[in-house]
Write a protein of this length. Structure first.
Length: 158
């Protein structure tokens, strides 16, 4: 029995809600990153194309452990793109012709915001004494910080 289950349905609902919003954010950021990966152009095309593909892969690979954690604590997770659209806090970018630097800066801000939301979820885990989920989130924070750092370095002037 998980800590959340021992604490009752309120803890499960709060933690599952926070984690499901993260699942939605990860999917939305994955699609946004792939969008930029597909449409990036310019003198650093190859480097940016590969960087964005690596980051998109990391984002997609993280969605499953988050969703499975929701199930492990006794909750239910997102079931559709529609539900993801309702929960996501990452803004879509449907514009065309976005400059490469603007793409990287946007994704850097999105990853920083995601890291902040992960920290909020971690605090909720601490409140409900869910050490296992908090431990997982610590890794995801480090990954989000790492993605933001790479994007920052890629946007710096020589």
């Amino acid at each position: 029995m998980t800590t959340a289950a021992r604490q009752g349905s309120n803890a499960i609902m709060e933690l599952a809600g926070a984690l499901n919003a993260l699942v939605a954010d990860y999917f939305a950021l994955y699609i946004k990153t792939k969008n930029y990966h597909w449409h990036v152009s310019g003198p650093h095309f190859r480097d940016y194309h590969l960087l964005l593909d690596d980051q998109a892969t990391q984002l997609l690979e993280t969605t499953d452990p988050i969703a499975e954690r929701v199930r492990k604590i006794g909750g239910t997770t997102v079931k559709s793109i529609g539900e993801i659209g309702k929960l996501q806090r990452v803004h879509d970018d449907n514009t065309g012709g976005v400059a490469a630097r603007a793409m990287l800066e946007t994704l850097m801000a999105d990853n920083k915001a995601l890291a902040g939301r992960l920290r909020e979820a971690h605090a909720l885990c601490d409140e409900h004494e869910d050490v296992a989920t908090a431990s997982l989130i610590e890794t995801w924070i480090d990954e989000a910080d790492g993605r933001a750092w790479f994007l920052y370095e890629a946007t710096r002037s020589a």
